[in-house]
Design a protein around this ligand. Structure first.
Ligand code: 5GP
Ligand code: ZN
Length: 142
């Protein structure tokens, strides 16, 4: 999908909205999040407007994933971070606010609060767990 006019990340890619660039090539752009969880928190966006990762062509996805650890290493060296989170909110219920697929690279410090606040569920038994895995397995192919 080409870039679209009413999308803030498409505007950033086009240079119509300013950003603090961390990396750019023919397929992706990375820039600092305007409201970071920690300083250095970066967003990697494909230069192609797709709301969802599920429709994003693989070449963009591959480039985003290759770039993420490079940015994370830069963050750790520059900011003395001890680790990082890769986060991709896909869909409104998952917390996606900007409808242009993007990967968060969030540097993490030793005493940070947990990023997600969802309590763990428990399967009723191993059989139920295996049965669900089998149903999913039927639907997954690469
Ligand atoms: P989401 O919740 O969609 O996964 O994350 C969207 C992120 O984009 C948020 O963390 C938000 O701070 C960031 N963001 C939204 N608008 C802008 C903007 O105009 N510039 C930058 N640099 N970041 C933005
Ligand atoms: Zn867009």
């Amino acid at each position: 999908m080409p870039l679209v006019n009413d999308c803030v990340f498409c505007k950033i890619i086009q240079g119509a909205v300013p950003s603090s660039k961390v990396y750019e090539d023919d397929l992706v752009l990375a820039f600092l999040d305007i409201a970071p969880f920690n300083y250095g928190h970066a967003l990697i966006v494909p230069k192609d407007h797709h709301h969802s990762i599920t429709t994003l062509p693989q070449e963009y996805l591959a480039r985003m994933m290759c770039l993420a650890p490079k940015i994370a290493v830069a963050q750790m060296r520059e900011l003395k971070a001890e680790g990082f989170n890769l986060l991709l909110n896909n869909g409104r219920c998952a917390g996606q606010e900007v409808p242009h697929c993007h990967l968060h690279v969030i540097p993490r410090l030793v005493d940070d609060a947990p990023l997600l606040n969802i309590s763990h569920k428990k399967y009723s038994d191993t059989e139920a767990m295996n049965e669900l895995a089998a149903r999913l397995q039927k639907r997954v192919e690469l």
